[in-house]
Design a protein around this ligand. Sequence first.
Ligand SMILES: C[S@@+](CC[C@H](N)C(=O)[O-])C[C@H]1O[C@@H](n2cnc3c(N)ncnc32)[C@H](O)[C@@H]1O
Length: 359
Amino acid sequence: MTSDSTPSIPTGDAPRPQRRVRYSGKNPRRFSEKYKEHAADQYGADVAKVVASGKTPAGMHRPILVREILESLAPKPGSVMVDCTLGYGGHAREILGAIAPGGRLIGLDVDPIEQPKTLERLRSAGFGPDAFTAVRRNFAGLPQILAELGLDGVDGILADLGVSSMQLDDPARGFTFKEDGPLDLRLNPERSPSASEWLARVSRGDLETALRDHADEPHATVLADAIVAARQREPITRTARLAAVIRETLRTGKLASTRDLENICIRRVFQALRIAVNDEFGVLDGLLRNLPYCLKSGGRVAILSFHSGEDRRVKKAFQEGLRSGVYSEIAPELIRPDAEELRSNPRSSPAKLRWAVRA
Ligand SMILES: C[S@@+](CC[C@H](N)C(=O)[O-])C[C@H]1O[C@@H](n2cnc3c(N)ncnc32)[C@H](O)[C@@H]1O
């Protein structure tokens, strides 16, 4: 297990621009040029302005439905909890505040680039090894992780699924098509395959199924045909090339009337590839199966999902658990961000929260 008990903790290995970088125009536009946002600790007022404008500063993630998650998990001083998806540590920080004194939070993440930075931030905020343990592992292995930590059940578990803004916005990670970058899309770039490797090997039929099942893509058939034809001409290794292939296909077939609609379709294709490459449905199904064995009686779980394929799985697992008596109570309805959160953080708009209580 890679945990923060390991003596050498990798820290801050991504570049952190400290001085003004060169860029054209009045304001930096590219991710790497936003040097103030990358150094939020030094440029607090500038970063606050970005947040107030409803944007997410480069290199940061704004936690979603924080109050609702805390209400769902009901953390108390002394509680032992797991954050399955540590990310920037926004939810973790709130949970750590609520379980002090005497509580313990285990924070999992598979991302070897962002996780060390988050650990460092939480340590700097005063959360020492007694209160917070970082583990760089997949949440699909939660029962084994808890066993290795000597825990036979916890009071609360949070999973905030998908990607963080730091991952999404960094063109070098390949999740965005706003700037060209390698077509990577891995939460853990140390594990194969990348999206370009996956795309080079996948059959036409499996690609079409992934587009439909992972992103409800209405043009799955025609896009799968176009992507397969394009890869035969030349391997698709860059985000800009994949976006161009999709855009051209939509235009040729008159399938999207505006650039915005084209962009929505490109986002769906990227989402489908991301889910496939990271086996996101497989690991979520594993977590949902394992949850009852990881919670103490009365323990609570909250899951924040971002698209229908995830929410369907969570809803079904919680309803089946209620019927079989594994859970004593589940969220009566979906919890969504309110108007104020949607205004202040538009990235919260697809968020869907559900909770359950272990019998
Ligand atoms: C939406 S972000 C979480 C943001 C976090 N709640 C916060 O407040 O900063 C999701 C994070 O979970 C991680 N992640 C996604 N799937 C995972 C998995 N199966 N196991 C462990 N970490 C995962 C991603 O690498 C990413 O950092």
